[in-house]
Ligand binder design. Structure first.
Ligand code: GLU
Length: 423
């Protein structure tokens, strides 16, 4: 990994930019540049052939001044501590911007879930929880799904934690199936929140979404549902989509049901066939002549190497960290509205928070209630970001939506630390 693309350095750089603009107290800045706690574990896992394999895992609690740590767990072959640290920092800003009473955390295990069967995945999930012990808990640090983890994995983890605790502890983890304490609306909440942000951004850009063409990079927890919701709710046309194997483009638009079927049967959306449809690479997809691009896969997808080639008017960052700070600047010079990840994809953690509240109360809400409350919070966050941008503009400082969002979030965390006497 080059120094420039180390996600944690990027996260620190983004914070530094905001700290300077807002005149953040130096001690608070120093505290916010590093995680509070980093845990590294080696997890012995019984594999299908009877052998025992050791997996390396992490859990980083970045900041819990505003409440228990919150953030997903990724199972990925190229997972590493610096990425997890960056993601835990971004979770801190995400929960603060949404103004939910939680902090930021993240976890990861270096593994390739595509090469593991359910038996091995279950053993790894339970092993991860056993290895972490009291590092996680409903009042300390509450994990959730992320890249290549899902509700079933959350259910195993909750079960293991409950066994160790000696009582049911649904609130230890969110993103669970609804049958075991999950919340209605959680599975597509990241995409749903992103669509609320798109609705507000389109108003700002005076874009009619019914006529808009969208390209989505990624067809996982976020990208897949973004496709479905974007077409159903906003009437936009999704013309391109991809996954780790590659993508497909059709000027006329793609069929969601058919794509899901192809993905399920052939393993990749790039196998989609239709008249007028052609294959595109993940790089080409981002450079298509469309109105909106939605990076919904991994970090560092739009960098100073390709930012100049982006033609869309809106970049909606549904993934975590898809745009580097250099690219952010290039996009803003080109007049492209780049909506930052920790606003766009905050729907996931907001509904995770709802799930945790419901688990604590033992009283559950309908999907309509969940979506309604989600819309209220996401729209409020969007307005907070716009107000912050406007405030600095009036003093002659032109800042990007990302820096504006950082300022709102950092200010909230710094205030909480101050009130608690941390500095
Ligand atoms: N993994 C999601 C994120 O990056 C959700 C985290 C959560 O629900 O705690 O925001």
């Amino acid at each position: 990994m080059t120094e420039e693309l180390d996600p944690f350095k990027i996260a620190q750089q983004e914070l530094d930019t905001a700290a300077e603009v807002m005149g953040l107290d130096k001690t608070a800045h120093g505290l916010l540049r590093e995680p509070k706690r980093t845990v590294i574990v080696n997890i012995p896992v019984r594999m299908h052939d009877g052998s025992v394999k050791l997996f390396n895992g992490f859990r980083v609690l970045y900041n819990d001044a505003r409440g228990p740590g919150k953030g997903g767990i990724r199972f990925h072959p190229s997972e590493n501590l610096d990425t997890v640290k960056a993601l835990s920092a971004w979770m801190t800003w995400k929960t603060a911007l949404a103004d939910i009473p939680m902090g930021g955390a993240k976890g990861g295990v270096i593994c390739n879930p595509k090469e593991m069967d359910d038996y091995e995945l279950e053993n790894l999930s339970r092993g991860y929880v056993r290895a972490l012990g009291n590092v996680i808990g409903p009042k300390t640090d509450v994990p959730a799904p992320d890249v290549y983890t899902n509700p079933q994995i959350m259910a195993w983890m909750m079960d293991e934690y409950s066994k160790i605790a000696g009582h049911e502890e649904f609130g230890v983890i969110t993103g669970k199936p609804v049958e075991v304490g999950g919340s209605e609306g959680r599975f597509d909440s990241t995409a749903m929140g992103g669509m609320y942000v798109l609705r507000e951004t389109a108003k700002l850009a005076k874009m009619d979404l019914k006529k808009a063409k969208i390209a989505i990079q990624g067809f996982g927890n976020a990208g897949k549902f973004a496709f479905d919701i974007a077409t159903r709710l906003s009437g936009a046309t999704v013309v391109a989509v991809s996954d780790s194997e590659g993508g497909v483009y059709s000027e006329k638009g793609l069929d969601y049901a058919k794509l899901s079927d192809v993905k399920g049967k052939k393993g990749s959306v790039s196998e989609y066939e239709a008249k007028g449809a052609e294959k595109v690479s993940n790089e080409e997809l981002l450079e298509l002549d469309v109105d909106v691009i939605i990076p919904a896969a991994l970090e560092n997808q739009i960098t100073d190497a390709n930012a100049d080639k982006i033609k869309a008017k809106i970049v909606l960052e549904l993934a975590n960290g898809p745009v580097t700070p250099e690219a952010d600047e290039i996009l803003s010079e080109k007049g492209i509205i780049d909506m930052p990840d920790f606003l766009v994809n905050s729907g996931g953690v907001i509904v995770s928070y709802f799930e945790w509240v419901q688990n604590m109360y033992g009283y559950y809400w309908t999907q309509e209630e969940v979506y309604g409350k989600l819309d209220t919070i996401v729209t409020r966050s969007f307005k907070d970001v716009m107000a912050s941008q406007k405030k600095y503009k009036s003093t002659g400082k032109k800042i990007s939506p990302r820096t504006a969002a950082y300022i709102v979030a950092v200010d909230r965390v710094a205030k909480a630390m101050k009130l608690r006497g941390w500095y």
